[in-house]
Design a binder for this molecule. Sequence first.
Ligand SMILES: *Cc1c(COP(=O)(O)O)cnc(C)c1O
Length: 462
Amino acid sequence: MPIHRDLLQRTQDLAIEFLRTLDQRPVGRPVDFTTLTARAGGPLPNDGEDAAQVIEHLARAIDPGLIATPGPRYFGFVIGGALPAALAADWLTSAWDQNAFSFASSPAAAAVEDIAARWLLELFGLPAGCSVGFTTGCTMANFTGLAAARHALFRQLGWDVERQGLQGSPRITVVASDESHVSIFAALQMLGLGRDQVVRIPTDEQGRMRTGDLRAAIAAIDTPLLVCAQAGNVNTGAFDPISEIAECVHDRSGWLHVDGAFGLWATASPVYRHLLRGVELADSLAVDCHKWLNVPYDCGIALVRDRSAHHAAMSLSAAYYAQPADCARENHDWVPEASRRARGFAVYAAIKSLGRNGIAEMIERCCTLARRMADHLSRGAGVRILNDVVLNQVLVRFGNSDAFTAEVIRKVQEDGTCWLSATTWHGMHAMRISVSNWSTSEADIDLSAAAILRCSKPADAP
Ligand SMILES: *Cc1c(COP(=O)(O)O)cnc(C)c1O
């Protein structure tokens, strides 16, 4: 088979050059969509071009539109970069081009997902019997966990929801908080459970579900119960009191789902694990590997205590899907997709390259750096930190005005030293900083804090 050695080596050079200069390029830069599409686009080609030319052209044309999200000073959303071992494994994943669908389509992908799944359960301190699915991200991990919940709760009612559907079904009730992530509602809308049917529980000043209100709401519910809690608020990083929530939910034989997209990684650290007390009691959990584990996109994980509910909600069967008798794992039993990327390789490489201690150290380092950022910024005139910095998230307000805060964010984004985004917190416009990248150093924080303070000089205040 032709191996295109020159093409792949040139591609490797392009990738290395991007990574080598990652911390020197402006982290985000204003780019015009039309310019970008004009640079890269053109009419549908009738005839093919040399592959090396195509790659050179692609890399050159879209370069102005690349954001340094894998770099050390990108603090927008909750992103994370790519650990060296994870990136390398991801390159091989493309070269190997395995279909992670089943044992038959890739014994390697089935085995490695099984290994990575066991490691993840141990890292998170969850029961070894939980089932684990590798999804595109946490939205689909939430979907998967909630689908398992839907199965189990309808089973309590003697209703096989996968076969009978929701039309004419008895009712179950879904409870979430005022601060539940939008992906919970996206998952519920896809599951036919209806965004607007959700009972919403108020939250405290850090965005944590109020358990008193939860108890009162549950007392008024007489159907099977699904409660969605959150480990790691996207704005403040705060954790719902999972142990207390689990107790109320299980008193009612309800199902507790925990969205721990980034926050669940705190269980990997002896210093931060206490924030998730009771998490092992959850019936299902969702977490991202492409956020804080720092594997390349895309990878989320669904973890479910009741394997049979998980299996019933996700499995598909066809005559030609026959599985070998000695197969321990069929990847497709635990996720919505059939054919898909072999996501386990990068997760395996990330965990193996850091080990339990290295993961704990990475999580703790990000949290320490977030506090360092908050300390630097809080010394600026008119700067206020809005949240208790309990994890890796920092919320900042400038000059106590929405307009000025928006202006500072715009200037920082233009400046290019670092990149961060805006949010609304308790009705106020705020800067949101997330420290989630393995490569961020104290020097990156110091440089970024100085840039932010420069952009927020009181002289510019209205
Ligand atoms: C990012 C995030 C999600 C969604 O995850 P995706 O990987 O973007 O699908 C869900 N919940 C929380 C708390 C998040 O931070």
